[in-house]
Design a protein around this ligand. Structure first.
Ligand code: HEM
Length: 238
C-alpha cells in the first residue's frame, strides 16, 4: 500500500499518488462543507445536518487512517530535499506556511469533533422541523471535570492495554500524553466559550462560522503547499 501511494499521481504534476489523493479529498470535503454551510444559511437544517455529520465523520476517518498509513509522511518531515526552491524561500515562506497549515489541521480536527457534539446538543425539533435551541446551556465546572475525568480514565485503560499487549515505548507514551494535554486545553477553552456565548444557538452559529473559515483557510494553505512542492519547486522526492 505504501509503495502504491508513492507511484506518480494522476494530476500530471510532480506529486505522488498519495499526495494527489490527499489533495483531491481535501477539495471534495471542503466543497461538501461549503455546500453544508450554504444549506444552513438557507435554513435547510436537515440537509445541513446530514452533510455536516456525514462529511465530518468521513473526513475524520479518511485523514486519520490515511496519515497513519503514510506515517505522517508529508514532505515537511522529510526535510529540505523534497523542496526544489532556494533555502531562503524554504525558510521564510515554505516552513512558516506549512507550520500554519499543520496548526490549522489540529484545530480543524478538534473543531470537527466539537461541532458534531455541539450540533446534537444544540438542536431541537419544532413541529417536525429541525432547528437550533434558543436557550442558555452551560455545563457546570463539576460536570466538565467529570467528563474530562471519564475520558482520561478511558485513555488510561487503552494505554495500559496497549502496553500490556504491544510493549512499552516512550514515543507511544508521549503521543498519549499529548492527546491528554490537547483534551485538557479543549475542556478549558470550552469553559471560556460557554461564558462568552451561553446561548447555545448563538454558540453554534459563531463556532460553526469559525470552523468554516478555518476549513477554507486550510484548503488555501494546503493547495499553496501542494503548488509549491509539486508544480513550482519540485525537489528530489516530488
Ligand atoms: C460539524 C460541523 C458543523 C458546522 C461547521 C456547522 C455550522 C453551522 C453554521 C455556520 C450555522 C449557521 C449558518 C449561518 O447563519 O451562517 C449552522 C446552523 C445550524 N446547524 Fe450546524 N454545523 C455543524 C454541524 C451540525 C450538526 C451535526 C447539526 C445537527 C445535529 C447541526 C444543526 C444546525 C441547525 C439546526 C442550524 C440552524 C439552521 C437554521 O438557521 O435553520 N449543525 N451550523
Amino acid at each position: 500500500m505504501l509503495e502504491w501511494l508513492k507511484q506518480p499521481g494522476f494530476f500530471g504534476t510532480h506529486a505522488t499518488l498519495g499526495a494527489d489523493v490527499s489533495q483531491l479529498m481535501a477539495t471534495l470535503f471542503t466543497g461538501l462543507f461549503v455546500i453544508g454551510w450554504l444549506q444552513a444559511r438557507r435554513r435547510k437544517a436537515d440537509s445541513h445536518h446530514w452533510l455536516m455529520l456525514g462529511g465530518m465523520a468521513a473526513m475524520l476517518a479518511f485523514f486519520t487512517s490515511y496519515y497513519l498509513f503514510r506515517q505522517l509522511g508529508i514532505l515537511a518531515v522529510e526535510g529540505k530535499e523534497g523542496f526544489g526552491g532556494s533555502q531562503a524561500l524554504y525558510d521564510r515562506v515554505f516552513i512558516p506556511l506549512l507550520t500554519v497549515h499543520i496548526i490549522l489541521v489540529i484545530i480543524g480536527l478538534v473543531m470537527a469533533f466539537y461541532m458534531i457534539v455541539l450540533g446534537f446538543r444544540s438542536q431541537t425539533f419544532l413541529e417536525g422541523r429541525r432547528m437550533l435551541k434558543n436557550e442558555t446551556m452551560v455545563l457546570s465546572r463539576r460536570r466538565i471535570l467529570a467528563v474530562f475525568g471519564g475520558l482520561t480514565g478511558l485513555i488510561a485503560l487503552w494505554v495500559a492495554y496497549r502496553f500490556a499487549t504491544a510493549g512499552f515505548s516512550v514515543r507511544k507514551l508521549e503521543v498519549y500524553l499529548s492527546l491528554l494535554f490537547l483534551l485538557a486545553i479543549v475542556f478549558s477553552v470550552e469553559l471560556v466559550i460557554q461564558r462568552l456565548w451561553p446561548n447555545v444557538e448563538r454558540r453554534h452559529r459563531v463556532l460553526g462560522r469559525f470552523t468554516m473559515v478555518i476549513y477554507c483557510v486550510l484548503f488555501v494553505t494546503g493547495s499553496v503547499t501542494y503548488t509549491m512542492l509539486y508544480i513550482l519547486y519540485p525537489g528530489k522526492i516530488g
